[in-house]
Design a protein. Structure first.
Ligand code: ZN
Length: 454
């Protein structure tokens, strides 16, 4: 009995001691990044010197080259490219659109074509506008109500959800599959309310997916202010006509790359821990929060370990994925290579929810692997309190197929959808401190997993 008690006491003592050394290491990591971090300057380069980085564009290629250099400068043991073929969508000329209500009077709309859509043709399209507030309503209108019409999907983000990505997911159906569903009933075009949580005049783009069984009809996003105005006009039973003109198109796939830099593990190098974000961004913005921040934070994880001479036991690999926004081909290529080489992927962490103050990590893994939660108190001094089950990230998602434990950095989400996929997603909206604190928490998590496994 006494022996058992002694043993228990010793265990408690040892784990307390380990936690104490761990907290010192995490403090060193954080201090180094808060003082000397290079993520912010790397982000400035991506946003201001390169700019929008849509897959297949010359800027996306420049971003590949620039981040290779950044990873080399960060001190990665090896830096290499992983090829993948990506869609090459182009927006074309500035989109036009307006509303008329039976008089020569018209009101222009703030709009932009949705990603991966085809244009209206040079003359544009004109028709009666029909507002729908749910897919059930769309179905009940059916062919009789929708043939030849332009459908306006007005699905506002639910302001009651405190985690804004939940509202984005729920209201996002209008954008993701609205055009395909409207085409099923003979509609000739679609307008969607921007997936934005703030009332403003900026259209927010994003990808939509057509259904090959129905016509690929043109589709645009309109600003939240325009959507509210339009809905109020329709509520007054005004017969409204909409005009749209877009010239976007999909060109043949082009060759692009994931950019990878790694530090080889000292004890179990075959066990791979991935940390990543996505290199591509929409063409309208600098792609600062989405997802320049995830890219530069992942590079920072490599830099800080090298700068402090911390040698991880397992291999830590920063992966800057290509084509998250309109295809996910980089993510697919990463899984394919992992399978082909029979790589052992223990853990992956993604930062693709903005560069705001870190609040936690979402854990996408079976309960047995959530031993990560035992480290929760190590993060408390930095305002990081949530280590809860939840979705991780689109780029690492495919690794589910090979049983990898996944996690997502969860920054404060209140302002992310103010700028998400809009021209307002600029470098100026990112705080150096918030960005660097996020990088520090990612580095801490990667180091803990490299040290102890799962
Ligand atoms: Zn993103």
């Amino acid at each position: 009995m006494r022996g058992l008690l002694l043993c228990m006491l010793l265990n408690t003592f040892c784990s307390a001691k380990a936690q104490n050394t761990d907290s010192i290491t995490i403090r060193r990591i954080t201090n180094e990044i808060m003082r000397n971090g290079t993520a912010y300057e790397n982000l400035r380069y991506l946003c201001k010197k390169i700019g929008p980085r849509l897959s297949g564009s010359p800027q996306a290629q420049k971003a590949v080259e620039a981040t290779m250099d950044m990873l080399k400068k960060a001190g990665a043991d090896t830096v290499y490219l992983q090829p993948c073929m990506v869609p090459h969508w182009v927006r074309g000329e500035k989109e036009q659109g307006y509303i008329q209500w039976g008089t020569p009077e018209k009101r222009n709309l703030n709009l932009c074509a949705l990603g991966n859509t085809y244009g209206t043709g040079p003359k544009g399209i004109r028709s009666t506008l029909v507002e729908v507030k749910s897919f059930t309503q769309l179905d009940s209108l059916g062919k009789r109500g929708l043939t030849g019409k332009i459908v306006f999907f007005n699905f506002p983000m639910n302001p009651e959800y405190i985690e804004t990505s939940r509202a984005y997911g729920e209201s996002g159906g209008g954008r993701r599959k609205g055009p395909a569903e409207a085409a099923r009933y003979g509609a000739i075009g679609v307008m969607v309310r921007s997936l934005a949580s703030n009332p403003d005049d900026y259209p927010h783009t994003g990808v939509t997916t057509y259904n090959d069984s129905f016509p690929k009809i043109p589709a645009v996003a309109i600003s939240t202010n325009d959507a509210d105005w339009l809905s109020s006009q329709i509520a007054q039973k005004k017969p409204l006509t909409a005009y749209l003109r877009t010239t976007s198109t999909l060109l043949p796939d082009v060759l692009s790359y994931n950019v990878i830099g790694e530090i080889r593990g000292t004890e179990a190098p075959e066990q791979i821990l991935t940390v990543g974000g996505h290199l591509d961004s929409w063409d309208l913005a600098e792609g600062a929060h989405d997802d320049g921040t995830g890219v530069v934070q992942s590079i920072e994880v490599i830099r800080v370990l090298k700068a402090l001479g911390i040698r991880p036991k397992r291999t830590i690999r920063a992966v800057l994925f290509m084509n998250e926004e309109n295809g996910g081909r980089g993510a697919d290529a990463y899984l394919k290579q992992a399978k082909a080489a029979s790589e052992q992927h223990l853990f992956a962490l993604e930062s693709d929810a903005g560069g705001f103050s870190p609040r936690g990590f979402s854990l996408e893994m079976p309960p047995a692997q959530r031993s990560i939660q035992r480290w929760a108190s190590l993060f408390y001094p930095y305002g990081v309190y949530q280590l809860e089950p939840g979705g991780s990230g689109a780029d690492i998602g495919p690794l589910r197929a090979i049983g990898t434990a996944l996690a997502g950095l969860r920054p404060d989400s209140q302002r992310y959808f103010d700028v998400h996929h809009a021209s307002t997603d600029t470098f100026e909206t990112v705080s150096r401190r918030e960005l660097h604190l996020g990088a520090a928490m990612m580095a801490a998590m990667m180091w803990l997993v490299s040290e102890y496994g799962l």
